[in-house]
Design a protein around this ligand. Structure first.
Ligand SMILES: [Zn+2]
Ligand SMILES: [Zn+2]
Length: 578
C-alpha cells in the first residue's frame, strides 16, 4: 500500500465498514473539499471483497479519481464514453453514470459496493439515470452496498439527501436517496488539524443590499447606484489583492459576473460561467494555475472539482442559504501551499456564516438570521436552527419547529416529538407542525388559517385584529387579587385583552401553556415564572401573533379565542407593507 490514511480518513473508512456489516441501508459520508475523498475511496475499494464501482456524473472527476487511485499503485479500469475508454474488466471500475446507465440492461457482473462521488446529484425519481442503474445493480446483487460521498448533503431545492445522522439528528422522515449519514467531518476540523489554511474572514457588507439575491434577481434600486457599488467593491478587492497570489470572485449571475469583470485589470482577469466552453474553461484554469491570470470571476462553476492551492483571496458577491455551499466556496482558498499562511475571505453579500456554522437545512427565514444551537428541553439534543443572538452571543430568538433528536425504539429510530413551534389540534390537543393540514394524531382536518380568517371576518360577533405588538401588565381581579393582563394591539390602536390568574402553580402552568409557549421568541428554554412582576420584566422575550381572533360574549365583552402565528397566507400582516 503506497499511502497512509489520515486519522479522520481511517475513521470514515471504519464507519462505513461498521455500517455495512450491520445492514444495507444506503449510506453517506460527508467530507469537505480538501479532505482527500480519493484516499477514502481507495481504501474502501482495497478492502472490498467483490467488485467495486465508483460512479460520478462528470468525466473529469472519473479521470481524477482514477488517476489518484493509480498513483497509489492500484489497478483499475475506466468506463466512460467521454474519456474514450469502456473497460469494466478490473475489480475496481471508475465510471461515468451517463455512459453506464445507457447500457444498464446489459450489465451482468455483480458489484459488491457502488461508491457515488458527488452524490448530492442523485435524484429520487425512478427514471433518473442513477436510479435505473442502481436498480439494475441491485438485481444483480441484492446485498449491494450503496455509499455516497459529498461535501454538500443539503440541497436548497430538495433538502437533505439522507434521513438520519449518526449523531442522532433526524433530518427528514420523507424518503431520501440515502438513509444514514455514517460519518461527517466539519471543515473547521480540517483547519484545526492543520490540513487546510485558516481563513481570515472580513465582512465586506458595505453594500450587500445592492447585490443580486439567491435567485439572481437584481435589487430594485437605481442601476447607477448598483453599478457604483460594484465598482467600489472591485476597487477594494484589487487593493486587498496587491499582496495576494490568486483571487477567486463568486458572482451571482452571468450579467453580474460580466459587470464585475469590466472592473478588473483586463489582462489579469477572466470570467467562467456554465456557458464557457469546456476547452476554454480548461485553458483559463490552466492560465490561472500558472499565475498568468490573477483573478477568476465565476458564476456557480468553481464549487466542485477545482484545485488551485495558491488561491489566497476569496471574494463573495453572491448570497447563499446553505452553510455548506458557503464553506465550499471559501474552501477554494484553503488548500495548503508553500509560503501561504492564510486566505483572505471578503464577504460582500452579508452571508453571515463562519467556517464553523452548522447547516440548518431550512430556508433562511430572514436575511439577518444566523445559525444557532438550541438544546431540546425534552431530550437534550443540540438542534441547529435559524435564529438571532444578542451582543453577548446568547440566543434570543429561533425559528426551529421540531426537535431533530432521536432515540431507538424497538430497533427503530424515532424522532423526538418535542415541538418548539406548533399548532394545536382543537379536537385531541395534539401538537402539529405549523404548516400541517391534517392532525398527525387523530387525522382531523386542521383549519386553514386563510379560511378561518375569511369565515370570522364575515361574522359580526367576531373581531379580528391584525396584531402589531403584545404587552403584559398587572391588573386587579374582582377578588382583589392581582392578575396578569395580556394586551394585543394593532396598528390603529385597537386592542384585545385577556387576563390570567397567577396565584396557584396550576394557574402559572395554565398561563405558560395558553400564552407563553406560543409567544416566546426562543421557545423551549428555561424560564422563571414565579411572580407577575417577574413575567412582566421578561416581556422582551415575547413575539406577537399575526392575528388575534375574539368572540363577543354575553353581548358585553370580547373573549380572545385564537391567536394565529407564523401566518403566510393572503391577508396582509401588520408588519408587512402593502
Ligand atoms: Zn428532543
Ligand atoms: Zn387531533
Amino acid at each position: 500500500m503506497a499511502y497512509t490514511l489520515r486519522p479522520y480518513q481511517q475513521d470514515a473508512v471504519d464507519a462505513v465498514v461498521k455500517h455495512f456489516r450491520k445492514h444495507r441501508a444506503p449510506a453517506v459520508v460527508v467530507l469537505p473539499t480538501g479532505a482527500g475523498k480519493s484516499l477514502v475511496i481507495a481504501e474502501l475499494a482495497r478492502l472490498a471483497k467483490g467488485r467495486v464501482l465508483v460512479l460520478t456524473h462528470v468525466q473529469e472527476l472519473v479521470a481524477q479519481n482514477q488517476e489518484k487511485f493509480a498513483a497509489f499503485g492500484e489497478y483499475s479500469t475506466i468506463y466512460s464514453a467521454g474519456l474514450g475508454q469502456k473497460d469494466r474488466s478490473a475489480k475496481v471500475v471508475f465510471a461515468s453514470v451517463q455512459s453506464l446507465a445507457q447500457i444498464s440492461d446489459k450489465i451482468t457482473e455483480a458489484y459488491s459496493i457502488v461508491i457515488i462521488d458527488e452524490c448530492h446529484r442523485i435524484s429520487l425519481t425512478d427514471d433518473s439515470q442513477y436510479q435505473r442503474l442502481l436498480a439494475r445493480l441491485g438485481q444483480l446483487n441484492p446485498r449491494l452496498c450503496v455509499l455516497g460521498l459529498t461535501a454538500t448533503p443539503y440541497r436548497l431545492d430538495s433538502g437533505w439527501i439522507y434521513q438520519q445522522h449518526i449523531n442522532g439528528t433526524v433530518r427528514s422522515t420523507e424518503p431520501k436517496p440515502f438513509r444514514d449519514c455514517v460519518f461527517e467531518l466539519p471543515i473547521g476540523q480540517l483547519i484545526k488539524q492543520g490540513f487546510l489554511t485558516p481563513p481570515t474572514m472580513v465582512d465586506g457588507a458595505v453594500a450587500s443590499w445592492l447585490l443580486p439575491n439567491e435567485e439572481g434577481e437584481l435589487p430594485q434600486v437605481n442601476p447607477e447606484l448598483r453599478g457604483r457599488a460594484t465598482t467600489l467593491i472591485c476597487q477594494q478587492i484589487i487593493e486587498q489583492a496587491q499582496q495576494r497570489q490568486g483571487v477567486i470572485i463568486f458572482a451571482a449571475t452571468v450579467r453580474h459576473g460580466e459587470e464585475v469583470l469590466t472592473q478588473l485589470p483586463t489582462a489579469q482577469a477572466a470570467l467562467l460561467t456554465a456557458k464557457t466552453s469546456k476547452a476554454e474553461r480548461a485553458e483559463l484554469i490552466e492560465q490561472f494555475k500558472l499565475k498568468k491570470l490573477k483573478y477568476l470571476v465565476n458564476v456557480a462553476v468553481l464549487t466542485t472539482g477545482f484545485d488551485a492551492p495558491h488561491v489566497d483571496l476569496i471574494a463573495l458577491m453572491r448570497r447563499t442559504d446553505s452553510a455548506a455551499l458557503f464553506q465550499q466556496m471559501v474552501g477554494r482558498g484553503l488548500r495548503l501551499a508553500e509560503g501561504k499562511t492564510d486566505c483572505l475571505v471578503l464577504d460582500y453579500a452579508g452571508n453571515g456564516y463562519s467556517i464553523y456554522s452548522p447547516e440548518v437545512g431550512e430556508p433562511r427565514p430572514h436575511s439577518d438570521t444566523v445559525a444557532v444551537e438550541v438544546p431540546c428541553p425534552k431530550c437534550g439534543h443540540q438542534n441547529a436552527f435559524w435564529g438571532r443572538k444578542d451582543e453577548f452571543d446568547l440566543v434570543i430568538e429561533h425559528f426551529g419547529r421540531r426537535c431533530q433528536g432521536s432515540h431507538q425504539y424497538e430497533g427503530k429510530t424515532e424522532q423526538c416529538d418535542y415541538r418548539f413551534r406548533y399548532k394545536e389540534c382543537p379536537d385531541c390537543l395534539a401538537e402539529n407542525d405549523i404548516a400541517a393540514r391534517v392532525c398527525h394524531s387523530c387525522n382531523k382536518q386542521l383549519v386553514d388559517p386563510d379560511k378561518r380568517l375569511q369565515e370570522v371576518l364575515k361574522l359580526k360577533d367576531y373581531k379580528v385584529i391584525r396584531c402589531g405588538g403584545v404587552q403584559l401588565s398587572k391588573s386587579q381581579g374582582k377578588d382583589g387579587n392581582a392578575r396578569l393582563k395580556v394586551t394585543w394591539f394593532d396598528e390603529d390602536g385597537d386592542e384585545l385583552n385577556r387576563t390570567f390568574a397567577f396565584d396557584a402553580p396550576a394557574q402559572k402552568g395554565h398561563f405558560y401553556h395558553q400564552f407563553m409557549r406560543q409567544h416566546l421568541k426562543n421557545p423551549g428554554q428555561p424560564l422563571r415564572l414565579n411572580s407577575i412582576d417577574e413575567v412582566i420584566a421578561q416581556q422582551q422575550l415575547l413575539r406577537h401573533p399575526d392575528f388575534v381572533i375574539a368572540r363577543l360574549e354575553k353581548k358585553r365583552f370580547w373573549k380572545v379565542i385564537e391567536t394565529l402565528f407564523d401566518y403566510s397566507g393572503r391577508y396582509r400582516k401588520a408588519d408587512s407593507a402593502g
